[in-house]
Design a protein around this ligand. Sequence first.
Ligand code: OAD
Length: 250
Amino acid sequence: MAVSFERGRLELPVSIRERIQAAKTASVLTGSGVSAESGVPTFRGADGVWSKYDWRVLATREGFRKDPRLVWEWYQLRQIEIAKAKPNAAHETIADMERHFGSFAVLTQNIDGLHARAGSKRIVELHGNIWRMRCERDGTVITTDEPVKKIPPLCQCGAILRPDVVWFGEQLPETAAKEASEVARTSDVMFVVGTSAVVYPAAALPIIAKNSGGLVVEVNTEPTDISAHADLSVIGRAGEVMPVLWQLIA
Ligand code: OAD
C-alpha cells in the first residue's frame, strides 16, 4: 500500500501502527536517499553521482589499479563534501528509534558515517566507510576524520592504501553481510529508507525480512522495486517523513 506524505500529514493505517508498536526487534535499511537532505548526493537519477562520473573508473578494483591517484582525488572530494554535511532529521529519528526496541540495527549502504554522527549505536556498514583506508598488502586499517592530504596515501609498508569501501564486483565484508542477513531474518519490522534497492545483496534484505514474517515499511521520494513487497510505502522525503512517522508510533 502506498501513501503520500502531504503537508506534513501522514495517514498511518491502524494495523500497521499496532504491529510496529508491538515489535520487539526492528531494523532500518538505509541508502543514499537518507543523506540527500544533508547535501550528500544520491547515486542514480538525473543528478546522481553515476550520471556525472564513471563508476568503472572510480568504483572498481581495476579502475583503482589503473589510476589510484585519480580515484583518490575523487574520494578526497567526497570526503570534503561529507565532512561538511550534518546528520538530518531522518538520521536523528533513526538514532532515537534504537532506544525504543529490544533489539535494533541500522543496516546501511552508506559510507558517509552520518548514522554514527547522529548517535546510532548498532550500525552494520554494508559498503564500508569513507573514513577508513586499508592496505591490501599487510591488512593495516587506518581510520581518519579528515580528508586525505597526501594522494595517494601510503601504508607504513610502502603500498598504496585504498578506501575501505566496497566497489562494484567486490564481495561485502563477510561479518557485515552475515549480521545483516540475521538481522533481516529476525526483524519484526524493517524500515527501508532512501534506497533504490537495486544493488544486491543489500536489496535482498527487505525481501528476507518480509519472507521471515516481518513487516516492511518503505520511505522514499518515489516507488522502487521494494514497493510491491512493502506493507506500506510512504512517498516523501526521509527527513520530513521519519520524524512524523516515529511520532505516530512512539
Ligand atoms: P540510489 O541513488 O540508487 O538511490 C537513492 C534512492 O533515494 C532513490 O530511490 C531515491 O528516490 C531516494 N531518495 C532521494 N532523495 C530522498 C529523500 N530526501 N528521502 C527519501 N528518499 C530519497 O542510492 P542507493 O540505493 O544508496 O554502492 O544505492 C545503492 C548503492 O549503489 C550505493 O551504496 C553505492 C551505489 O553504487 C557502491 O558504491 C558499492
